[in-house]
Design a protein around this ligand. Structure first.
Ligand SMILES: [Zn+2]
Length: 723
């Protein structure tokens, strides 16, 4: 995501969501947005100056949708004027008048971007989707105008070349590296001929990735499985059957049933379908999508791999993965492959054990066949019921929302870091469900504003994420204003909201991102908080998740919502055990997809166009992850993360972050667990520093050594003890 250089402004606004796998698709542009926006006058537009509230928190009472477009236009104009003044400054280039000046630029654009893109995610409507669509090409052109400004790059390069003599402090030196790298990586040092080539490749790449993504929507619609007789749906619930009938009617198959296909190879509905032939039809529709007819995307897949390799070669790299990984924690393709490879033996062994349990369950149900991919989830569910017999409703009685938040999550934050969350009902919010807090540090100083937006509603994007309205920076004198967003179903008025254990850990997870933003303690806004590499950003959030199950924390919050009785230990044991169920399969399908992603993006520029099926089969066999019953989580023809581009050579990052989190958590437990000393050590070395130094350096300062995969394998129940 962080591939463009727009100082802090757009970059920050567009990358502000951690945790979301899928970007939202803008709907059709509603025609009246521009006209309505134009009648607004600048003097009434609240974005034209900083908000007057504490820490420049947005004053939502003053903001109207009509303010956005004029504020973006003015924000881009002001930003460009600042950039031009820097580029054309008659004084010789200095770190102060060029790099620091860029850090100070774009204040208004940052302000409106952060508010707009936050509200687009939490409170979307037709008008806002229309604005987003109108803005997208304008913001992209604005970014190009900065990236491709030769006078500006000449100044950055001049400073970079004398960097040894400048006597910069470590954070400033890091900032200079980050700026220089971004210019170079977008092609600033290439010859004119090369720039022409790279622009052509960029254009073809952009067209093909758009086509790939748009085809996915059409393919998913086309491959939905039509079922003639309700008897075939045996095993589904009444409401699932009604939904299938309604979907069929909407698609013009009146009187029939339509089973839609979700975006992974595996299909959740296979858990309950008793009819084996239908299971096979559903699975094959999923697994072979995009390989025939007009929507055959295989030529796009192989050409995209080639384009990326060619682009990488022009920029001086051996392959695309090398280019993509350069500024990540993993650094090189080999490091990613080593990490994934080291997990294969334990993961395959566990998967084979799970397969043996499933095979036994098939035999006991009178089946005389070897387990196939379309059988796995069906029989795994039977094994799960027999082994754990967990009643979700019983569990929820012990996880009442307010208790989880205050006595669980905020309590943990207080024990580890000494911070307190004080409600601030006087601060304006953008929806009545949102609660504002002021966060105070252990010594009583005010640290940040925090908005809690936990409940599902119409117009909110699915999933959970953290984002910022204001980023921390000592240079700009700014303190953080942070939001956590989730989609917890809210109980009717007067009833307690009882939540699942999964939702409980997600609240911990999101506040893990939240404190990464709120504890940020750096000078430059570009390096603050969660502005870290893709394979590091989920580390602080996943680390916080595991406190939900810490005995001292549980004892403080997991109580029956009526009686106040603590959760029975047998029930707790069942919850924990059921979480490691089927982890062999889950982990194997994930790492198989990660290998596939790496194989596509380590091709060299002179490799020929690949046959997709042969390429996949060879890649999985090469790494020993080609179990017939456990296909990769995504195959190339619908692997939007990898082929669609956003996570190309980056799908491994989720696992990488989890390795750090598990290793860090185990380390902290070995040093006394829930203590201020542990919290402060982690805060100082990991959370406060943001991207102001290389992430591995931070990790080693915290941990004393590089991480290993041992703790992760134990966390996932794939290993019982250290070697
Ligand atoms: Zn996350």
């Amino acid at each position: 995501m962080r591939k463009t250089l727009i100082a802090t402004a757009i970059g920050a606004a567009l990358t502000l969501s951690a945790c979301s796998e899928q970007p939202s698709t803008p709907a059709d542009l509603s025609a009246d947005t521009t006209v309505e926006a134009m009648v607004d006058v600048a003097s009434e537009n609240p974005f034209f100056q900083p908000f007057a509230l504490q820490y420049e928190a947005p004053d939502f009472r003053l903001i109207d949708d009509a303010h956005f477009l004029p504020a973006f236009e003015e924000g881009m104009a002001r930003h460009m004027a600042e950039i031009n003044a820097i580029a054309n400054n008659p004084e010789p280039a200095t770190f102060e008048n060029t790099i620091v000046a860029m850090e100070r630029s774009g204040d208004m654009l940052t302000r409106v971007s952060r508010v707009f893109f936050n509200l687009s995610g939490t409170d979307s409507n037709e008008k806002r989707r229309g604005i987003a669509r109108e803005l997208s090409p304008k913001l992209s052109a604005h970014s190009d105008n900065i990236n491709l400004n030769p006078a500006l790059f000449a100044r950055v390069e001049a400073i970079y070349n004398q960097r040894e003599a400048l006597g910069l402090d470590a954070e400033s030196a890091r900032l200079l590296d980050v700026y220089y790298d971004r210019f170079v990586r977008s092609g600033a040092t290439l010859t004119e001929d090369q720039q022409v080539k790279i622009r052509a490749l960029n254009e073809e790449h952009s067209n093909l990735t758009t086509q790939f993504s748009q085809n996915q929507l059409a393919i998913t619609r086309d491959i939905a499985v039509v079922v003639d007789n309700v008897e075939e749906l045996d095993g589904l619930s009444d409401s699932q059957i009604r939904a299938a009938a309604t979907a069929a009617e909407a698609a013009g198959h009146e009187g029939k049933y339509l089973l839609s296909i979700t975006n992974t190879t595996r299909q959740p509905i296979l858990t309950s379908l008793n009819n084996r032939e239908l299971r096979q039809r559903v699975w094959e529709a999923s697994a072979f999508r995009g390989t025939s007819g007009e929507l055959d995307v295989r030529p796009i897949v192989s050409r995209l791999a080639q384009i990326r390799a060619e682009r990488a070669q022009l920029l001086g790299y051996n392959n695309w993965a090398e280019y993509q990984l350069e500024n990540t924690m993993a650094e090189t393709p080999q490091n990613v492959l080593d990490m994934l490879t080291s997990m294969v033996p334990a993961v395959v062994a566990n998967t084979k054990q799970e397969q043996a349990d499933i095979q036994e369950m098939i035999r006991r149900h009178g089946g005389d066949f070897e387990v196939q991919p379309w059988d796995w989830e069906y029989y795994a569910e039977l094994v799960r019921q027999e082994k754990y017999d967990l009643d979700e409703n019983e569990v929820k009685q012990y996880f009442e929302f307010n208790r989880v938040l205050h006595d669980g999550v905020f309590y943990t934050m207080n024990r580890l870091y000494g911070i307190r969350f004080e409600p601030r009902p006087d601060l304006p919010v953008y929806h009545p469900d949102v609660e504002a807090y002021e966060v105070f540090d252990h010594d009583g100083t005010s640290l940040a504003i925090f908005y809690a937006d936990y409940f599902a509603r119409e117009g909110k994007r699915g999933g959970a994420w953290m984002s910022s309205f204001v980023g921390q920076s000592h240079l700009l004198g700014k303190k953080p204003v942070v939001v956590n967003v989730m989609n917890i179903p809210k109980a009717p008025e007067g009833e307690p909201t009882l939540i699942s254990y999964d939702h409980t850990t997600t609240i911990f997870h999101e506040l893990g991102h939240g404190i990464h933003g709120m504890f940020s303690n750096v000078k430059y806004p570009s390096l603050a908080g969660t502005a870290v590499s893709r394979d590091f950003v989920e580390f602080p959030s996943t680390f916080e998740e595991d406190w939900a199950a810490h005995p001292e924390v549980l004892a403080n919050y997991a109580k029956h919502h009526e009686s106040g009785e603590p959760i029975p230990s047998e029930l707790l044991e069942k919850i924990m055990q059921s979480r490691s169920f089927n982890q062999g399969f889950d982990t194997l399908e994930y790492i198989a997809a990660s290998f596939l992603d790496m194989e596509w993006h380590t091709l060299s520029a002179d490799a020929s166009l690949q046959n997709v099926e042969q390429f996949e089969a060879a890649a999985l066999a090469k790494y020993g992850v080609d179990l017939p019953a456990v296909p990769p989580r995504y195959k190339s023809t619908f692997f939007n993360h990898s082929i669609g581009g956003g996570y190309s050579a980056g799908y491994y990052a989720y696992m990488w972050s989890e390795i750090l989190a598990a290793d860090a958590f185990a380390y902290v437990q070995s040093r006394g667990g829930l203590t201020r000393e542990n919290g402060d050590h982690y805060r100082k070395n990991i959370l406060e520093v943001g991207n102001s130094r290389p992430p591995m350096e931070s990790y080693i300062k915290f941990r004393g050594q590089e991480p290993t995969t041992d703790a992760l394998l134990i966390r996932r129940g794939l290993k019982t003890q250290l070697d």
